[in-house]
Design a binder for this molecule. Structure first.
Ligand code: SF4
Length: 293
């Protein structure tokens, strides 16, 4: 299988050698469990049925999940076994199936979701992505995904190059978010406030980068309705290779407050903000291939 699933366009046969994301032909799952630390519309009371895939098409210097970013952790799963895993998570009470860093694995995920639906999967599918996507891959997911949970990390090419090794990040992510919004629209929730369909855009405010946050929010204001759901995250902690100024410290309260003020000035109606006390390493899951069923 020659892989051009994401903007890296590696063009490699992953059966012979991996591309940038390090993924092989079949997905490896670093962790699957009920997850309680997503947005309330996603985690709810029962938890989100999170499936953390190994491998990633970005290489963020501050990655909290760096243990599984470019190191493959966990055994391989085919479409049949992945569909059973989804059904097990539903049986445990998960509000949804939350596919974390799914992009390199869509060739297995799409048949797995449809198999699972044939076998009784009723809960929504959440596509939890860094936003570095091609339109072609997203169009292949139409009808498979119910809720998009994309990041929009940066606008400026030099910043995305320095922090995530992806100079063209915004070129692709900006178009990807518009396609996701076209497919799934505004966030819809049930009577308990649990997401059923739609999109939540995530943005992590980085230390020393409030101006980049302003550019991200300006783009969203210019292209999507003011009712779009935005999760403005302030939970940054220095991880992995973030050992240089300004990424070697937590976000300051005054930086986060400036980011919030800017969102409010732009007129967004659905902004979720965080307590800065959630910026602790204890909120990072353990990635050891474990499947909690
Ligand atoms: S999914 Fe992986 S192998 Fe495929 S193009 Fe993207 S980075 Fe390259």
């Amino acid at each position: 299988m020659v892989c051009n699933l994401c903007p890296r366009s590696c063009g490699v046969d992953r059966a012979i050698k991996p591309g940038f994301c390090s993924a092989g032909v079949l997905p490896q799952i670093a962790r699957a469990a009920l997850h309680y630390w997503e947005e309330p519309e996603i985690s709810g009371k029962n938890g989100s049925g999170a499936i953390f895939f190994s491998g990633c098409n970005l290489d963020c210097v501050f990655c909290q999940n760096h243990e599984i970013n470019h190191t493959m952790v966990g055994r391989e799963w085919d479409a049949e076994s992945l569909s059973d895993l989804m059904l097990h998570l539903q049986q445990k009470g998960a509000h949804n199936i939350n596919l974390v860093t799914p992009t390199p694995h869509v060739d297995t995920i799409i048949p797995a979701v449809w198999l699972a639906r044939e076998k009784g999967l009723l809960i929504p599918i959440v596509y939890n992505t860094n936003g570095y996507e091609t339109i072609e891959t997203l169009r292949a997911l139409r009808g498979t995904v119910d809720i998009y949970l994309p990041d929009l990390k940066y606008v400026t090419p030099l910043v995305s190059k320095k922090y995530s090794n992806a100079q063209n990040y915004f070129d692709f992510a900006s178009k990807a978010l518009q396609e996701m919004h076209t497919q799934c629209g505004e966030l819809c929730t049930d009577e308990n406030g649990i997401a059923k369909r739609g999109m939540i855009v995530r943005h992590l405010v980085l230390p020393g980068s409030v101006d980049e946050t302003r550019r991200v929010m300006q783009f969203l204001a210019d292209t999507l309705p003011k009712t779009v759901h935005i999760s403005l995250m302030g939970q940054y902690i220095p991880c992995h290779n973030a050992d240089f100024v300004p990424l070697n410290r937590k976000l300051l309260k005054r930086e986060y407050d400036r980011a919030i003020d800017y969102c409010l000035q732009l007129g967004f109606e659905n902004i979720r903000i965080q307590s800065l006390s959630s910026a602790e390493a204890e909120y990072v899951p353990l990635f050891d291939g474990s499947i909690e069923l």
